[in-house]
Design a protein around this ligand. Structure first.
Ligand code: FE2
Ligand code: FE2
Length: 147
């Protein structure tokens, strides 16, 4: 069963960011499905490496966008990102020894934190900021052709 189905509400209006949100959810859902089949540990670790790398890149992109916009809550948003990165590193450490059932629970909890709490607060605030500045998807792409 899908851990977290994709929803339009996970979009900020910045195509590259939105695409990554979709990819991340997809990747975590796939790992969750795989865990149910009890895959070899190396496979699980490989997945976690990939999720970790993608999340690192995603946060870097969001932070670049926020810097470009002179976003007023960059510091707080970045701080939240650091905590989320600690969370995935904890899961990676635990993956060495934890049973799959524990990992599944960890992953579900982490996903809830990322796409429940972080998205509903920090990313939503950024979305709201963009709207207030009158920056829609089209404007953003026109003004940031390389983003
Ligand atoms: Fe974020
Ligand atoms: Fe994000």
């Amino acid at each position: 069963m899908t851990l977290l189905p994709w929803s339009e509400r996970f979009k900020l209006g910045i195509p590259a960011v939105d695409h990554e949100h979709e990819e991340l959810i997809d990747l975590i859902n796939t790992l969750h499905d795989q865990l149910g089949k009890e895959p070899p540990k190396e496979e699980v670790l490989g997945f976690l490496e990939e999720i970790n790398a993608k999340i690192n890149a995603h946060f870097a992109l969001e932070e670049k966008v926020m810097r470009g916009l002179h976003y007023d809550e960059l510091g707080a948003h970045k701080g939240d990102h650091e905590e989320l990165l600690d969370g995935i590193r904890d899961i990676m450490d635990r993956a060495e020894t934890a049973p799959f059932a524990d990992l599944e629970a960890d992953l579900a909890a982490q996903l809830k934190t990322w796409f429940g709490t972080h998205f509903a607060t920090k990313d939503a605030r950024l979305h709201h900021f963009l709207e207030e500045q009158g920056i829609d998807e089209e404007t953003f792409v026109r003004e940031n052709p390389n983003a």
